[in-house]
Design a protein around this ligand. Structure first.
Ligand code: CP
Length: 313
């Protein structure tokens, strides 16, 4: 269980033990997904709704597949095709979904803190699928799962996170999760894209990408989020790529067996060259694969809330 928690809103608020419990359960889910018949009864009779106010391919589809594999009744709402487009508020929309007996509400919103606002107002378990620049906990969990699967551990590894740290909810969740599990996290990129206070989060900050990469076990590049940026944070995409992008030459600063990771979607030729994205060290597609198992584990653990107490009565 996740310490009997109702919601998963971020990795800031959960313990190393909670994270390990999710990773452990995700291993079982991955085994189930390797079978010909992927169907399990873990969420039989439960209902899962995804409510996305921002675009998504990986997160939304993997939650949808995960709930179907676990025999839940699932439905999707995109803001553009719902009564949100008629002016309904986020709170009213969430309460409407809750009133239909939803057990798990998965939401993505451009406003940091949106799922934290909704969680206490609904009976459903709320899972944060990305809130503004704040957190994207299930992405970090699948990243950590992938690193642990490939390297056999998290503790003592050096993880370099490079690129647009400032706007990245993926970076924040990974920093919380990886440092709790004992990794050394280094960030690198243009100073305009590195927020204040990173050192207080237990992170080493470098103003150049190659310095952050030196002897790294994992190189995680983040997408330049042009949709969230004000103009003028760097001169041009071409210059960004030249000075801060990771190509085969720059990747050599990391360990020879360093994992190449990216949450996707990738701006090919900007944060990573295509040769690095498609190279032997890349585990980007395995991250996507693991996303289904990790999201199954999170939904399963949240669905078991209260069960131990109920059974012991
Ligand atoms: N990594 C990630 O959140 O991808 P999507 O936007 O496609 O869901």
């Amino acid at each position: 269980m996740l310490g009997n928690k109702k919601d998963l809103l971020g990795l800031k608020d959960i313990s190393a033990e909670d994270i390990k419990s999710i990773l452990h359960n995700a291993e079982t889910m991955k085994y189930i997904l390797s079978q010909k018949n992927k169907k399990t009864p873990h969420l039989q009779g439960r209902s899962v709704v995804t409510l996305f106010y921002e675009n998504s391919t990986r997160t939304r589809l993997s939650f949808e597949l995960a709930s179907k594999y676990m025999s839940a009744n699932s439905a999707n709402i995109a803001a553009s095709g719902s009564s949100v487009a008629k002016g309904e508020t986020l709170i009213d929309t969430a309460k409407t979904i809750d009133a239909m007996g939803t057990d798990i509400l998965i939401m993505r919103h451009s406003m940091s803190g949106a799922p934290h606002l909704i969680a206490p107002l609904v009976k459903a378990s709320v899972i944060n699928a990305g809130d503004g620049m704040n957190e994207h906990p299930t992405q970090a969990l699948l990243d950590i799962f992938t690193i642990r699967e490939k390297k056999g551990r998290i503790e003592g590894l050096k993880v370099a996170i490079v690129g647009d740290i400032y706007h990245s909810r993926v970076a924040r969740s990974n920093i919380y999760g990886l440092t709790k599990l004992g990794a050394e996290v280094c960030v690198g990129g243009p100073s305009t894209l590195i927020p204040e206070g990173m050192e207080q989060m237990g992170v080493k900050v470098f103003k150049s990408v190659h310095e952050a990469l030196i002897d790294a076990d994992v190189v995680m590049a983040l997408r330049i989020q042009l949709e969230r940026q004000k103009k003028g944070l760097f001169p041009s995409v071409r210059e960004y790529s030249r000075f801060f992008g990771v190509d085969e030459k720059r990747l050599k600063f990391a360990k020879p067996d360093a994992l190449v990771m990216h949450p996707g979607p990738v701006n090919r030729g900007v944060e990573f060259s295509s040769s690095v994205v498609d190279g032997d060290q890349s585990v980007i597609n395995e991250q996507v694969t693991n996303g289904v198992a990790v999201r199954m584990a999170v939904m399963y653990l949240l669905s078991r809330r209260g069960q131990v107490n109920e059974n012991s009565n």
